[in-house]
Design a protein around this ligand. Sequence first.
Ligand SMILES: [Zn+2]
Length: 302
Amino acid sequence: MRLFEAILDANHRAVAGDRSAGVRVADFPAELPVIALTCIDPRLNRLFPGVLGLPEENFIWLRNAGNIVTGPLSSTMRSLALACAVKGGREIAIIGHTDCQIPRTTVSQLTERFKALGIERHQLPENLTDYFGVFASERQNVIRGVDFVRRSPLIGPRIPVHGLIVDVQSGLLEWIVNGYETLEHSPAPPPALSLPTLGAAVESLAARAAFDVGEMKFPETKIGEMASAAIQTLSVHSPASDPRAPIAPPAAPISPPPPPPPPPVAAPPVHPRAVPIPPPIQLRGHGRTGRPPPLPGGFATK
Ligand SMILES: [Zn+2]
């Protein structure tokens, strides 16, 4: 049984009421840690990594609004790549959830909500759906995200990429893309894409955008990250009255090199917030003590 087969098996047994259900992490030394991309919905906070039956140290968590991947070279893609290359992630799971509010928010509602935040329609990109990657179906969004990750030249051919949906009420997982099967049936390595440098992309976008930010036309690209990098660059050269300037910090300079950092300033003392911690649970077969959160249906890590 491979890792996600064990995860799904334990998850389904736990949701059905088996309080002893769990994943023996010691059985999967070559398949952990797992990298998960999920939505920002706070209802997921209590579910992860518990619904996977994994202890926190084997769980790398990326989040964005709607667990959206906008392209094989997007910003989220770069984080996934570094999670593999730097943090040693062995398998990737894009996990959507039931009752996600992103596909339930219409363009006119989105426009109204931005307006309530003091952002007028003309200040926003023309095509909000494309720009924010808004989707109509959570299932299709997961499938599309998995496809982008699978085809990305930043992810090697050895990393399985799974797609799942989690029920925010019950914690039940549904496996909609089996990354092991996709790997086995992958006909050829992904074609080499030309990797534009961030500097060149920003330059190109900046050249195409009007410099009057109030009238700025956003480029017709679906790579939202590049557009936002261009906006950040533009904001550096904008007058102080530019309403975007305080929101968007300048993009990290690629070239020329950054100026030397300012002298260190004594940081104010940090008072950690008291967080109620559930009692520790012994992770059998793992040799460490973990603290997985309580799970719906009594899904316990063992
Ligand atoms: Zn969501």
